[in-house]
Write a protein that binds this ligand. Sequence first.
Ligand code: ATP
Ligand code: MG
Length: 414
Amino acid sequence: MIKQSSAGIYSWLPLGFKVMKKIEKIVREEQNKIGAQEILMPTIQSSEIWKESGRYDDYGDEMLRIKDRQDREMLYGPTNEELVTDIFRSSIKSYKSLPQLLYHIQWKFRDEVRPRFGIMRCREFYMKDAYSFDLNDDEAVFSYNKFFLSYLKTFKRLELTAIPMAADTGPIGGNLSHEFIILADTGESKIFTDKRIFDLDSEGSIIEKKSLENLRKKYERFYSVTDEKFDKEEFEKEVDKENRLITKGIEVGHIFYFGDKYSKALNAAVDLPDGKKDYVKMGSYGIGVSRLVGAIIEAKYDDKKEIMKWPLSIAPYELAIIPMINKNDTSTLEKASKILKHLENNNIDTIIDDTDENLSSKIKKFNLIGVPNQIIIGKKSEGDTIEFKEIGKDTQNLTIEQIIKILTEQKANN
Ligand code: ATP
Ligand code: MG
């Protein structure tokens, strides 16, 4: 799926790349649904705007600083508040053009002290980051809540339970922030939460001010924080013993409202109806698209760590054909190719394992790769029926038509 090329820097190989692109597509669709518009900003930025915002010195060693041939100070973007504010101030002059919700999906570089857990904490990573621009706090919180909703929906489509947790705003500053965290034993974040938050749902929420405010409040009623914000006394007071959950998780998204922190520093103001000018109120909203590939694997293992199953919507393939291959007998491979044609004609994205490893090790391998369905063609496979298995379930002997029906239904239900 991936290959490390140097510390914290990875190449994306066919399987991993397919998964990441499918995650990206879902993330994009959910951004578009709340009215955010996609743009693409460069990875290499000039230091000028960072000097203007005052973060060029503050950002420290995590920023990769580069000089071009004219000796100009450049950098590989760790985040894009400055760049997007510069775009905004050069294009938007009036309150009439607000709100603006802009996002891009782009590589970031942060020279992390300790890159670890593969793509979960690396130096070069793929992120969706969005930025909102509004006239006042009230409108800005509305934008914030739109992203809050879109994050719940995005993670749900990825079949993850991501809990929004009140977070510190850290070096970005401001006063409203949530981290979206999924439970996983291997996670880096220690979390303290009220179990009842898992029963909540974003179902039925509409993009309307009051209803979104209520949605966020519904979640905020339950105690849920990471260790940065943990307060033992408060936790024990607010959560009954049987509902307390202390565990670990992976941060997959993070949203912030920071008011006019950057718009003031970078002079991004709009004309108001009364002829005056005011700085716009901004928020930023990140999703770790490449981290999600690893995070979903962590969340989708079985207890014994022998089976991992991708959600169908992001699986690298829908089905794997696993034939037993004999050097002197090509009949199983021929049968596999015939089945493949049939499946492809029905738009089932299929891979054949044509390696000459033995059958059981191929099956084990595919149980870990996580392609959700398998067709196994063994020595005994004769006649019209084929061994079919949705991984994690029992094997069935079915005709190709029956298999196609099952797969088509899986897709329709997705
Ligand atoms: P963290 O707390 O994990 O260091 P952060 O708060 O610095 O992350 P943000 O700036 O909010 O991260 O970035 C948005 C998202 O990008 C995070 O929620 C995470 O999913 C992802 N991300 C951040 N840093 C990395 C990294 N080093 N490797 C992979 N993904 C990352
Ligand atoms: Mg964070």
